[in-house]
Design a protein around this ligand. Sequence first.
Ligand SMILES: [Zn+2]
Ligand SMILES: [Zn+2]
Length: 411
Amino acid sequence: MTQAGTAKQCRRCKDQEAVHSIRSDPICNDCFCRFVTTKTVKRLEVLNRETRSSHTGRPSGDGSSSSVRKFYAGLSFGPSSAALVDVCEQIILGRLSRGRDAAFTLHAVHVDTDLEQAGSELLTEQRLDRWQARYPRFTFERVPLSDILNLDTIDWAALLPASSEKNTDVSKPSSPAQLRALLDNLPSATSRRDMLDLLVRRLLISRATSATETPPYDALLLGSSTTALAERTLAETAKGRGYSLPWQINDGVVDDGAGRQIPLFYPVRELFRNELVLYLSAVAQPPLTEDFVLLPVSTTSSAAVVSHKDLSIEEVMTRYFAEVEANYPSIVANVVRTTAKLERHSQDHDHDHDHSNDNHSSTACRVCGMPLDEAGNERWKGEIGHLDGPEGTPMLRVERLCYGCERSIHG
Ligand SMILES: [Zn+2]
Ligand SMILES: [Zn+2]
């Protein structure tokens, strides 16, 4: 992306030397920074507009209309969520320098998915300490994935493999090791990655809607790039959860499974992953290095594939889009734009949410929490073929799981 040596003029400011090539424009570093922050600010403005009109049914504070909003943000330490935190800092600094208020603050949370390995907790805490020292206006927190075991909105019995049904004493994992074992027992790499991603998402949503938080968080922000959203679009479609795409890919209100709702937004959704990776080294000052960010080794397309059997659909998509993004970026953007046109049908997320949607639990998948689209789900089953579990698999167990979860858990 960086053009070394050639003293080209920046196409945007027509003043400084162009050092990057962004969407086929030679541009300077300042203009690149502005490009990234503007794309993000525009999404935050949409968030602001849509949630100010308070059709989420959430009380907007205590009525004192404090103008600084509180966002809960996922920080995976991947390049996109890392860039999101820095971009938010830049946006706030820009506002303060113009004599305005900060507008919002972040509580950034890293869900630690390392369930057993001793020492990882300390490393994660140290990494978060560096984030905290660098961005003192925000707060940072480590949340172990095992906290998900406290959620009664997940149907653990449905998650257990059919074979363990005889062990009536095991109805729910009760320790990190048991949760690890449950994930390890899933039928494939795709299943394991799928369930892990789902649990992280559900934990973040549940934490963000926490009833004990006053005032409540105004929104949950996730740092998914255009590229990440495109990957998920194709991966979820392949896994039979295509009907849930509007809830997974589009900005909007999500439910925590216990009747509490929160707007979930992807503020960097209009930026490609490679642009956010470039941002980390070219714009963030000092650069956000490995001390802060984990650059996933598996996304480098040259990484050797040891065994395709061990590759999840998500990893296949990541490899695929790493190439597509470099050569045909508009295809990546189109995948996401097409999904954005899909509407959320099976649940009424329109204005004036009364609190009478207590039937939610009966219409949501008991594992991933996505609303069950009965007709759509049946179509998926019909087209892909009915799941004929091992003889004796009671259909009762699976009837309230979406097709995607059913496949993930039972193979
Ligand atoms: Zn410029
Ligand atoms: Zn599901």
